[in-house]
Design a protein around this ligand. Sequence first.
Ligand SMILES: [Zn+2]
Ligand SMILES: [Zn+2]
Length: 142
Amino acid sequence: MKAGTTADKLKPPLRGFTHQKYEDEAAKWEETGQFDYFSKGRYSFVRMHLWLDSRGARFEGVNERLQRYYWALKEELKPESWYDDFLNERDICRECGESFSYENLSFCTFCEANYGYCHKPGGFGTNGNPVCPLCGKGEIVG
Ligand SMILES: [Zn+2]
Ligand SMILES: [Zn+2]
C-alpha cells in the first residue's frame, strides 16, 4: 500500500461524475491508444468540448492528460469538416418541444437531453454547472 492512500480517500471528491467519466476515457486512451468516443459519435465530442470550457471544469481543474486526450481526439475527428454543419442542424428543447439549431441548444453531458434557452435548467451542482433534471447525473453545457 502506498503512503498517503488513506488520506487520499478522506479527501472530498474533486471530480464530479462528468469529469470522472472523461478522466476514465482519457486513462483508457493513454493505455490503449483507442478512442472510446468513436462508438458514441461526434456529438459526444461537442459535449466534451463545451464541458471543458464550462465554469464547472474551470472550478474542478482539468489535468494535463485530459487536455492531451481532448487535443488528440480533436485531431482524430477533425471537427472543422463538420462542426459548422452540426451547429446548423436542429433539435428540440425537451421541455417544450420548440425547435432550435444546435448552436442555440444546451446539452446534457450524460444523457441525450437537449434544452433550449427557454428551459435551461437552473439547479446547480457543486462545481457551478447546472445538473440535468432528466438523468440527475449529467451537467448542462453550451
Ligand atoms: Zn423549452
Ligand atoms: Zn441528462
